[in-house]
Design a protein around this ligand. Structure first.
Ligand code: ADP
Length: 542
């Protein structure tokens, strides 16, 4: 028997309409490429998104058309999310940090019909436009006054002029909630990137889940700063969750350095911010160097790569900010887990609490997780046994767009490529990316654990642990370290630092100092590049 409740589809347009109706005066503040701080409200964004949807209709873009963006976090990017996704089209966020050749490949693979870009990325667009014949509309996210001339980009338009030509009289269409609304390619650290196609349903469900009290705990009282880019996994869904609760949004635009972020957080009274560890490292260094404090920041979500426990401690101890470790991936919209304590942990020893909170977090309703061994059998959730992590749920990928072959699922589960433990309460700990696992004399060594220990040394800014082929032990770990400015920490000191903190056989055999650890387009350490750089490495004494 079917239930007798209304079958209203879950559509992203409803999120913006809700925010417009009930939080119409909540502010959206954006640092712009033009250099100023722009202020508007959900009411303005909703009106302009409707104007843009009218423009897309007038251009004859069909349902399902891919609308590409090369843009920072800002109100215009938010309008694009909703104008495209809400009208039955797909906002395809491109990562401007990729190589132009890769961007060309992605634009053509996705078959983008329009490309909207911030002026920062004009040189990229000039470099690629001739090789993207499918793109019919090139639009710079600026006004006529700032529109560059003689760019060589065919028919280049100014965004504000496009909007000005269209009224805001537009009704968001109703359609199947499984209709696509967004698209994001994985980073493609191995082979070509793969396209994940989010649906209206998956995005709305993810937005609900992300806002829950044990997850990001978002509310209308929050001032939310997504530092994590809207061009990478929808800024962790914040462009959907913030309107769902009516939170004020603060967009940093291109200003991602510690000073710009700090000033914006203070002037706009930010309460909640989300970003990857490398960005927070820059922010913390800025605070430490200038002896600054946060006056309003309460919580921050840190994820995308392993957050060193030392960073969580610094936020908590030195600044009174709750740093919540989260794990997810492009294929998961992206949220999988987030670390918060349960009430039964209240009386727990402080160091045990810290150990729990340093994990990647516990299961959220909507994401089922299991770990399996080499034989494909499920392993126990005892917090000790580790295995390949599989997930399933309504905002987990089912298949990649335009990828031939069988698709990624194994008996309905998505293999994440991560190796992890899960404990009885569902707390997940990622020990490695499966391709980074180090196997030494038949024992596994977690590269993340070795990196975290190195980064708990005050002289270390960043550390990457990789396995090197070894004549006796198959592989042994070495740690590549970028020192903090002014630090003179030596190889011996660092190796000594491990003693008593890791089993003897887990202590790296060597330390290599570099000026900087190479980072990929999403701010993660590029171990493939490091391995290339170290291909001529010889063991000391060999
Ligand atoms: P990519 O396209 O490189 O896969 P994602 O952002 O989707 O980009 O990366 C997802 C991967 O990032 C995860 O599978 C995991 O390996 C890593 N990751 C994300 N968050 C964390 C975290 N908190 N700790 C450790 N690894 C993480």
């Amino acid at each position: 028997m079917l239930g007798l409740m209304q079958k209203q589809p879950l559509l992203v347009s409803n999120l913006l309409s809700f925010a417009e109706r009930h939080h119409g005066d909540s502010e959206i503040v954006s640092r712009r490429v033009e250099g100023d701080l722009h202020r508007c409200t959900y009411r303005d964004v909703a009106r302009r998104a409707r104007q843009l949807a009218n423009a897309l209709d007038a251009w004859g873009e069909l349902p399902g058309a891919r609308i590409g963006t090369l843009a920072w976090n800002g109100y215009r990017h938010l309008e694009l999310y909703y104008a495209a996704g809400g009208s039955g089209r797909v906002v395809h966020t491109l990562n401007p940090r990729l190589h132009p050749e890769q961007i060309v490949w992605i634009v053509n693979h996705a078959d983008d019909q329009a490309l909207f870009f911030d002026l920062t990325f004009l040189p990229i667009v000039q470099a690629i436009c001739k090789q993207c014949p499918g793109v019919r509309h090139w639009v710079a996210l600026t006004d006529e006054e700032h529109l560059p001339r003689d760019t060589g980009i065919p028919g280049l338009l100014a965004y504000e002029s496009v909007l000005a030509e269209h009224g805001d009289d537009y009704s968001w269409p109703e359609f199947d909630e499984n209709t696509a609304c967004g698209m994001c390619y994985t980073s493609g650290t191995t082979g070509h990137p793969k396209a994940v196609l989010y649906s209206n349903r998956s995005s709305v469900l993810h937005a609900y889940a992300a806002s829950l009290p044990d997850v990001m705990a978002l509310s209308a009282r929050d001032v939310v700063l997504p530092v994590v880019p809207m061009f990478h996994v929808n800024a962790w869904g914040i462009p959907y969750s913030a309107p769902l609760v009516g939170a004020k949004l603060v967009f940093p635009g291109p200003g991602l350095d510690g000073k710009s972020l700090y000033e914006l957080m203070e002037s706009e009274r930010v309460t909640f911010a989300a970003g990857v560890p490398t960005v927070w490292q820059m922010l913390l260094t800025h605070l430490q160097t200038h002896s600054l404090r946060f006056s309003t920041l309460q919580r921050t979500v840190i994820g995308g790569s392993a957050c060193p426990p030392a960073m969580i401690d610094t936020f908590e101890r030195d600044y009174g900010v709750r740093a919540m470790h989260a794990w997810g991936m492009t294929e998961m919209s992206p949220l999988g887990t987030l670390a918060t304590l349960k009430s039964k942990h209240d009386g727990m020893d402080e160091s045990l609490k810290r150990t729990l909170l340093a994990k990647q977090g516990r299961a959220i309703f909507g994401v089922d997780m299991k770990i399996v061994g080499d034989d494909g059998r499920a392993l126990p959730h005892d917090g000790q046994t580790f295995g390949d992590l599989y997930v399933k749920g309504p905002w987990v990928v089912e298949g990649y767009y335009r990828q031939a072959g069988e698709g990624p699922l194994v008996n309905g589960w998505f293999p994440t490529g991560d190796v992890a433990t899960i404990d009885e309460d569902g707390y997940l700990q990622i020990t490695d990316r499966s391709k980074d696992v180090i196997k030494s004399g038949g024992e596994w060594i977690s590269s993340i654990a070795i990196e975290n220990l190195a980064m708990s040394h005050p002289g270390v800014a960043m550390a990457a642990c990789i396995g090197m082929p070894h004549p006796k032990w198959d592989e042994r770990p070495i740690v590549v370290v970028a020192r903090r400015p002014g630090s003179t920490v030596s190889r011996e000191e660092l190796l000594q630092h491990y003693h008593g903190k890791a089993a003897k056989w887990q202590v790296p055999d060597d330390v290599i100092f570099v000026d900087a650890i190479p980072l990929g387009a999403t701010g993660k350490m590029l171990k493939t590049r490091l391995r290339e750089q170290l291909k001529d490495y010889r063991w000391p004494g060999a």
